[in-house]
Design a protein around this ligand. Structure first.
Ligand SMILES: Nc1nc2c(ncn2[C@@H]2O[C@H](COP(=O)(O)OP(=O)(O)OP(=O)(O)O)[C@@H](O)[C@H]2O)c(=O)[nH]1
Ligand SMILES: [Mg+2]
Length: 469
């Protein structure tokens, strides 16, 4: 592993907890580096006979620089190297939450000589550089903190537990075994028993298959991380806002019997079976002279094009109309869509039947994907399942680990290199031709685990973390 370009002699400090006015009973300021202990001792005044030692909690006050008065009452925790998160001396000052006290305490810490503000992800980066944390574990911690649903958190936790590191390392080991076999033949062909190329190839392909599976799983896992945008679209008054309210379990949007009630895009964050979803309520689409409503409708059109899934709602009482068909035609081909017939409570006889075309209009009858009532909740469960299926999220059951984008790109690179080794085999090229691609695959996997990684790449990875991590 390379050493970081950031001089490690420097002691760094940052608030490690979320900072918001009026939020949080306590906040933690983290200090790491050679000066950490001295800084802690300098800013915290400790009363009485408390013994100062590693992994002990000490009670005290952070005082104004001139010692005139106390800024906050705190607990101080010293963790001497290497038994700390970063592997360096670490001091945590637990002070009161909110905004003011934390900022003042941090200022006092930063005013000490040899201390500077930590860069984003710098604590984690030091932990990785000091061998306290695997790279994939550090990335998984970041995902865990960012998780917006239980399922995303559980998946991130698998990475925190080392699931990714173990899987990738074992694949890399298998490739290294094959590489040493091949290299031995390149150097000492005559002294060794002959090598069966087909056996080597089989192993390379087996590893390639596993990598491709990991990439596919990771793409599905990304759904859990990022969530999906689901737009409710339709003509005015069909019940889009009523549906949004029902799915969000609160009166988020205004509902009236007047067409054209919703004038603007409205977002609601919901979690369906562990998958975070941003629901978009849109203005009902129609031709109107009202300029305000026109602006809203323009946004509806945008949502229709940018959503991951479009739920096209229509009114079962009125049947499938030419206007509905026109809206359906506007959904881009690559966007999944669901046709939802609402107000089923008004017309129970028609449930499950094909919806007839509006009388006198030249539109084909259509079969809705879901028939529901936003009023009574009938058909809601069916809709939820259909939405999850349309976004491909119903397949996230059973995911064990999920590579992030960086890791997926590298795994795909490795799989591609292994595919080329297959070509070398088919053309019966000499062994050293096989080793070129094999080395490339091994190095990509090493970049996932941090085994083979450059300073610049490491800096890039950690700069995406937030400050205090
Ligand atoms: N009976 C019945 N009425 C419904 C149902 N869903 C919505 N409504 C009624 O239909 C009317 C319009 O509902 P909204 O949810 O405001 O419709 P919308 O599609 O958001 O309308 P715009 O915002 O104008 O585009 C209201 O009076 C609702 O109470 C339903 O499932 N059954
Ligand atoms: Mg509405």
């Amino acid at each position: 592993m390379m050493s970081s370009p950031i001089p490690h002699q420097q002691t760094i400090a940052a608030v490690a907890t979320a900072v918001a006015p009026g939020q949080g009973g306590i906040a933690v300021i983290r200090i790491s580096g050679l000066q950490a202990e001295a800084v802690g001792m300098a800013v915290v005044k400790v009363p009485g006979q408390q013994s100062w030692g590693s992994h002990r909690v000490i009670y005290g006050h952070v005082m104004e620089a001139d010692g005139s008065r106390s800024i906050d009452e705190v607990l101080l925790l010293l963790m001497k190297a290497p038994r700390s998160f970063t592997g360096e001396d670490v001091v945590e000052i637990h002070c009161h939450g909110g905004l003011m006290a934390v900022q003042r305490v941090l200022e006092r810490v930063l005013s000490q000589s040899g201390v500077r503000r930590a860069l984003p992800g710098e604590f984690s980066q030091r932990a990785v550089l000091n061998g306290r944390l695997d790279l994939t574990r550090a990335e998984a911690i970041s995902d865990l903190v960012a998780a917006r649903s239980q399922r995303a958190a559980a998946l991130a936790m698998a990475g925190v537990d080392g699931g990714i590191q173990v899987r990738i390392n074992s694949l890399r080991e298998r490739l290294l075994d094959q590489l040493s076999e091949l290299e031995a033949r390149v150097d000492f062909e005559d002294d060794l028993p002959p090598l069966d190329g087909s056996v080597v190839l089989e192993e390379l392909l087996a590893v390639r298959n596993e990598l491709e599976q990991l990439v596919a799983d990771g793409e599905r896992g990304a759904l859990l991380q990022q969530g999906l945008r689901v737009a409710l679209v339709g003509r005015p008054n069909v019940g889009k806002s009523s549906l949004l309210n029902r799915l969000s379990r609160r009166e988020r949007a205004i509902v009236t019997e007047l067409p054209g009630t919703t004038r603007d895009l409205l977002e609601s964050e919901i979690v369906l079976e562990g998958v975070p979803i941003t629901l978009l309520d849109t203005a009902g689409i129609r031709t109107t002279e009202d300029s305000l409503e026109q602006l809203g409708i323009a946004r509806s059109h945008e949502a229709l094009g940018s959503a991951d899934v479009v739920v096209l709602v229509f009114d079962l009482m009125q049947g499938w109309t030419a206007a509905d068909a026109a809206l359906l035609a506007q959904i881009p081909d690559d966007v999944s869509r669901l046709l939802v017939a609402n107000k089923a409570d008004l017309q129970p006889a028609q449930a499950n039947a094909k919806v007839n075309a509006e009388f006198g209009c030249v539109v084909d009858a259509i079969a809705p994907d879901v028939i529901l009532s936003a009023l009574t909740g009938q058909g809601e469960e069916e809709l939820i399942q259909a939405v999850l299926k349309a976004c491909g999220a119903s397949e996230v059951q059973g995911l064990v680990v999920a590579l992030n984008q960086r890791q997926r790109d590298l795994a795909a690179l490795a799989a591609g290199a292994l595919a080329r080794s297959q070509e070398a085999a088919e053309h019966q090229l000499p062994w050293d031709f096989w080793t070129i691609d094999l080395r490339q695959a091994i190095s990509s996997l090493g970049e996932i685990t941090g085994e083979e990684i450059t300073e610049a790449v490491l800096d890039r990875i950690f700069s995406r973390f937030c400050i205090g991590k």
